[in-house]
Design a protein around this ligand. Sequence first.
Ligand code: AMP
Length: 284
Amino acid sequence: MIDAMAASSLRRVRDVPELRAEMNIWKTNGAKIGFVPTMGALHAGHLDLVKRAKDRADKVVVSIFVNPLQFAPTEDLDRYPRDEAGDVEKLQAAGCDLVYLPTVDVLYPQGFVSRIEMQGPAMGLETDFRPQFFSGVATVVMKLFNQVGPDLAVFGEKDFQQLAVIRAMVRDFNLPIEIVGAPTTREADGLALSSRNAYLSPQERAAAPELHRQLQAVAASPAPETAIQQAKAALAAAGFGKIDYIALRDADTLGPITEATRARRLLAALWLGKTRLIDNIAVA
Ligand code: AMP
């Protein structure tokens, strides 16, 4: 009876000693641990990452933490959507084994003074508009990696530059963690799933898929730089506001295309009303 109840309720852990104790038991039992860090308000894209982790590992940990370090004071930290009860239900259904829900005090206790500063793929694109962002992401991911100690961690290509930054950090710091990239999960109309889509008004939601359509048009064009200008005009006409960037980059370095480029990626960030959308696609 007790076992049946335990099996039907996903284990929630909120501090480091309890997390470490559980991870040590799993490791002693020889379990391969998969990890999916998130900021919650979970959607089908997050759950696809959980499934990917489950396919590759014996046990899956998902963290939910809205990380203040990666938000600028002007950004949406306070209004970022939060739904712990709904998230836990979805994670249980997706086969997650443990959800880690640290508070800000657990991750950044008084006296916390350290930061990971990334260059390379962290330079440009997002950093031109959110200078604090990748330092905040790399610092929290390093902490979460050290707390969970996973064998592998799954990140979405939706945040393509973030995935490249995490890969670089893991390589540079010799972390014994396999990083798995997962393709972007989209609505039927092409809009990339995002927790921030909840901010969109019905009118904005109707305009939003134009972003993916325009990225596809650029990717299919024989003259991408001209096509980018056309896409910017089409997006403005569809009701989008400021375009932070639409840029064709080397998919490995995220720098400019060079003779050494093996794969190209088209990346975009732009505003629709008060919501900032990001998306990217491969370019053949
Ligand atoms: P977030 O909660 O937005 O910080 O995202 C947590 C993880 O989910 C990151 O690795 C994201 O790249 C990934 N993710 C977010 N949206 C999607 C999506 N539409 N498809 C696939 N992965 C996603």
